[in-house]
Write a protein that binds this ligand. Structure first.
Ligand code: NAP
Length: 280
């Protein structure tokens, strides 16, 4: 039997239509869900990501406020902008585009974001709450992956889940989300020994390494669920998806799998934050 394609493009489109309807409803109460994006410097990839996020807001009728700061900005300058947005009742979500220039203390800036506006799930408090099963906006890429696997009714309880990568925005929160769904989770990273053997035992594998086609398809167990979070200019991910439809039971294509779910989850969280300010 051929594998199920975990189609993030399709799911995000369906979700966008429903978000659009809810935005319309909120407008009856004079509430426009608003995302503030902060871009520091002019890294071309970051500029593109911010533009994609703002375009998505526009498509669903949400407002976005673009804050652009020079690449010579100091930590204090970014912090003071974040404080201003925290205090602005018309702003429901704040996104500080990662990475920021090296002179800026990114962690300090992330943690300055009001927990109620941390729609990108980057604060330590948000991560801690999510890990403890307390309501929080999870980091958007792993939260989008969870939405995708839940939509396709993949039950991860009891499965051996292997997450390759431990970054604060992807690997670590991914592992905690899978653990909260009762998977048995192994987190691998650059110092992991015998990676191939660990991957060969995985019932569900998440590639979040940042190296094109790093995880080989021949390491993947028959009928495993394969999630590729990577995205590279050559239009491939972190997993070699060659012949994957005959190996996996389900997999995310690249492009069109995890990527569209990330931005969709960001705007969904911004909508949810705005809904909390509504009277009904
Ligand atoms: P990152 O911060 O660079 O983290 C990469 C992780 O991979 C680190 O934990 C690193 O281990 C681990 N790693 C590196 N080399 C390894 C090796 N040889 N063996 C095992 N593990 C190794 O990257 P990231 O931000 O998490 O992103 C990961 C991937 O996801 C990238 O391809 C990125 O483009 C993609 N991404 C996609 C989206 C989306 O919306 N689709 C969003 C974010 C990221 P150490 O911790 O030991 O260094």
């Amino acid at each position: 039997m051929s594998a199920i394609i975990l189609d993030g493009k399709k799911l995000s489109k369906v979700s966008e239509d429903s978000i659009k309807e809810k935005v319309k409803k909120l407008s009856l109460q004079d509430i426009t869900p608003t995302l503030a994006t902060i871009l520091v410097g002019n890294d071309p990839a970051s500029e593109t990501y911010v533009k994609m996020k703002r375009n998505t807001c526009a498509r669903v009728g949400m407002k976005s406020i673009a804050v652009e700061l020079p690449d010579t900005s100091t930590t204090n300058e970014v912090l003071s902008k974040i404080q201003e947005l925290n205090n602005d009742n018309d702003v429901h979500g704040i996104l500080l585009q990662h990475p920021v220039p090296s002179q800026i203390d990114e962690r300090l800036c992330f943690d300055a974001i009001d927990i109620n506006k941390d729609v990108d799930g980057v604060t330590c408090l948000g991560f801690g709450n999510m890990s403890m099963g307390i309501e929080a906006y999870g980091s958007c890429t792993p939260a989008g992956i969870i939405r995708l696997i839940e939509h396709y009714k993949i039950d991860v309880e009891g499965l051996n889940a292997v997450v390759v990568g431990r970054s604060p925005i992807l690997g670590k929160p991914m592992a905690m989300m899978l653990l909260n769904l009762n998977a048995t989770v192994t987190i691998c990273h650059s110092r992991t020994k015998d990676l191939e053997d660990i991957i060969k035992k995985a019932d569900i594998i998440v590639g979040a390494v940042g190296i094109p086609k790093f995880i080989q398809s021949k390491w993947i167990k028959k009928d495993a669920v394969v999630i590729d979070a990577g995205y590279h200019p050559e239009k491939c991910g972190d997993i070699d998806l060659e012949n994957i439809e005959n190996i996996a039971s389900a997999y995310t294509p690249v492009p069109g799998g995890v990527g569209p779910m990330t931005i969709n989850t960001l705007i969904l969280h911004t909508l949810q934050s705005a809904e909390k300010t509504s009277s009904s």
